[in-house]
Design a protein around this ligand. Structure first.
Ligand code: FRU
Length: 491
C-alpha cells in the first residue's frame, strides 16, 4: 500500500509536506524557472510548534517537490511568516555577480510573559536558487518595542519610487516601511485604525497592484485576521482596494465602509501572492493555508496536518460600478485532469441517472445552468455522508454545506453551511468545484464568489449527484474530471 493511502485524508492534488505540521505559505517567489513555496512548518510534530520554514519547488504550481528545511530556529527565535524577493541589482550587497534570493521573515522570541513576546524582522539570503540559506549577521533589521504583535513582513519593489516597501502587521493595523537595501528600514505610514474587521489580531498582510479592465491600476491590500473565540467564523482574510503612492495606502469609499472577504468558506487563511512573476506572464498568483486557527490543531489526520489551497489568479473586475477582487484556479491545473463524464442540455433527473455510475474522491465539476432557479450537487456522498455545493436562487447566494460531510466532531463549529452572496448573472451561471480527499473549493461565476472548506469524508463516500427544485430543469453543460498530480506528495 502506498504512503498516500496510509495517510488518511491526504489530498491528491493539493500541497502538504510529507510529514507533520504546516500552516501559512511563506516566501513565495519565482526565480530561474521555479516557483518556490516556503511554509510555516513544525518538522517534529503534527501540531503547531517551534516554527521552521519548510520548502517546496514547482515548475507548474501543481506538482511540488519537497526540499530540505530552508530556515530553522536560532538564538534569536523561531521563524515566523514572511516573504522572499529576487534582489536583481544586489541592493542588499549579499551577492556578487549574479542576483539571488532574500527572505524577509519574523524572528519570534518567547519571553517569560506573553506580554513580552518579542517579534522582529530579519533577513536570510541564498546564492544557490534557494537550496541553502544564510542568515544575515546584522539581524534583526527592524524592531518595534511597543508592539507585542509585529510580524509577517511582505516586501516588494515599488518601481515608481525605486525602493523596497515592506508591509508588516502591527497588532490591529499594518505598518509600511521603505528601504533602498533591504537592511535599513524607515517608517512610512500606518493603515487600519477604524477600518475593516478587527475581530482578531491582524496578520499576514500583502499589498500589490492589479490592472482594471480599462487599464487603470488599483492597489489591493490583503489582511488576515486571527481567530477570536467570540466569532464562529474563526480566522479569515479581508481585503481593501485603494491607491498607493509609495508611502501611504488610501482606501476607496467602499473599503472605508464595508468589510470585504476574500473567501466565504472557513479554510483559506494567511494567503499572500507570489513575487517576481515575469512581466510577460503578469499574473498575480495567490495561495492560502487551507485551515482555520479555530480547529487547525484538531483536524483528524494522522502523520500530517495542513494543506494549501489550489494556486489562484487574482484579478479586479467591475460589477455594477463596483470594483472587486476575483479568484480563479490557475490554468495549469487543467493539465492534470481526465474527463470522466460530459453532458449537455440534459434534465436534472436524467443527469442524476448518468452520475449514479461515477465514483470519485479527487475531481473537478464544471456545471452551467440558468440561475433563474436553484441547483446543487452532492459530492463525497455515501454512508449517510454528503457535502452540498450549490446555488440558491431565492437568496442569490452560493453555498457549501458540510453539516454531514463526514468526521466533524473534533470541534463544535466545524459542521455547518457557508454561503457567499452572488449577483444573479444575466445569462448562465457557472460553478467550478474542486474536490479532494479533504477539501472543497467552489469558484462561482468566474471567481466572483469563492468558498474553501475542509471536509473529512470516509474514503468510501465517493458518490456524486445533482439536485434541483425542478427535476426537469435543464443543465446546459456538466463536465466531471478526475484530478490528480504526482509531484512531491504521492511517493
Ligand atoms: C498566521 C500566523 C502568523 C505567524 C505564523 C506563526 O497564521 O499566526 O501571524 O507568523 O502564523 O506560525
Amino acid at each position: 500500500m502506498s504512503k498516500t493511502k496510509q495517510q488518511n485524508y491526504r489530498n491528491a492534488y493539493h500541497f502538504s509536506p510529507q510529514k507533520n505540521w504546516m500552516n501559512d505559505p511563506n516566501g513565495m517567489v519565482y526565480f530561474k524557472g521555479e516557483y518556490h513555496l516556503f511554509y510555516q512548518h513544525h518538522p517534529f510534530g503534527t501540531t503547531w510548534g517551534p516554527m521552521h520554514w519548510g520548502h517546496a519547488v514547482s515548475k507548474d504550481l501543481v506538482s511540488w517537490e519537497e526540499l530540505p528545511i530552508a530556515l530553522a530556529p536560532d538564538e534569536r527565535g523561531t521563524i515566523f511568516s514572511g516573504s522572499a524577493v529576487v534582489d536583481w541589482n544586489n541592493s542588499s550587497g549579499f551577492f556578487d555577480e549574479a542576483p539571488g534570493l532574500v527572505a524577509i521573515f519574523t524572528h519570534h522570541h518567547d519571553a517569560p510573559s506573553a506580554q513580552q513576546v518579542i517579534q522582529y524582522q530579519s533577513l536570510a539570503y541564498s546564492k544557490d536558487e534557494g537550496r541553502t540559506w544564510r542568515k544575515y549577521e546584522g539581524n534583526p533589521v527592524l524592531r518595534h518595542d511597543s508592539y507585542v504583535d509585529f510580524r509577517d513582513p511582505k516586501v516588494f519593489w515599488h518601481e515608481p519610487s525605486s525602493q523596497w516597501v515592506m508591509i508588516v502587521a502591527c497588532g490591529q493595523t499594518v505598518c509600511l516601511y521603505r528601504s533602498s537595501n533591504l537592511k535599513e528600514w524607515v517608517f512610512a505610514s500606518e493603515f487600519g485604525e477604524g477600518i475593516g474587521s478587527h475581530d482578531g489580531v491582524w496578520e499576514c498582510p500583502d499589498l500589490f497592484p492589479l490592472t482594471t479592465e480599462n487599464n487603470g491600476i488599483r492597489w489591493v491590500m490583503l489582511v488576515s485576521i486571527g481567530d477570536d473565540p467570540a466569532y464562529v467564523e474563526g480566522s479569515r482574510t479581508q481585503y481593501f482596494i485603494g491607491d498607493f503612492d509609495g508611502t501611504a495606502f488610501i482606501p476607496d469609499e467602499r473599503s472605508k465602509c464595508d468589510v470585504r472577504w476574500l473567501d466565504y468558506g472557513r479554510d483559506n487563511y494567511a494567503g499572500v501572492s507570489w513575487s517576481d512573476i515575469p512581466a510577460p506572464d503578469g499574473r498575480r498568483l495567490f495561495i492560502g493555508w487551507m485551515s482555520n486557527w479555530k480547529y487547525a490543531n484538531l483536524t483528524p489526520t494522522d502523520g500530517w496536518r495542513g494543506a494549501m489551497t489550489l494556486v489562484r489568479e487574482l484579478k479586479l473586475e467591475t460589477l455594477q460600478g463596483e470594483v472587486m477582487v476575483t479568484q480563479q484556479p490557475i490554468r495549469e491545473i487543467e493539465a492534470y485532469r481526465h474527463e470522466v463524464l460530459s453532458l449537455r442540455d440534459i434534465a436534472v433527473d436524467e443527469a442524476a441517472v448518468r452520475l449514479a455510475a461515477v465514483r470519485l474522491e479527487n475531481f473537478e465539476i464544471l456545471v452551467r445552468f440558468d440561475p433563474a432557479s436553484s441547483l446543487g450537487l452532492k459530492v463525497r456522498a455515501g454512508l449517510g455522508q454528503e457535502t452540498l455545493v450549490g446555488w440558491d436562487a431565492r437568496l442569490a447566494e452560493v453555498y457549501v454545506d458540510r453539516s454531514r460531510s463526514g468526521q466533524a466532531d473534533f470541534h463544535k463549529d466545524f459542521p455547518g453551511k457557508h454561503a457567499a452572496p452572488l449577483q444573479t448573472p444575466a445569462s448562465m451561471l457557472e460553478l467550478r468545484i474542486f474536490v479532494d480527499h479533504s477539501s472543497v473549493e467552489l469558484f462561482a461565476d468566474r471567481g466572483q464568489a469563492v468558498i474553501t472548506d475542509l471536509i473529512y469524508p470516509d474514503p468510501a463516500s465517493t458518490g456524486i449527484t445533482v439536485f434541483a427544485d425542478d427535476n426537469r430543469k435543464i443543465i446546459e453543460s456538466l463536465h466531471i474530471y478526475e484530478v490528480s498530480s504526482s509531484g512531491g506528495q504521492l511517493k
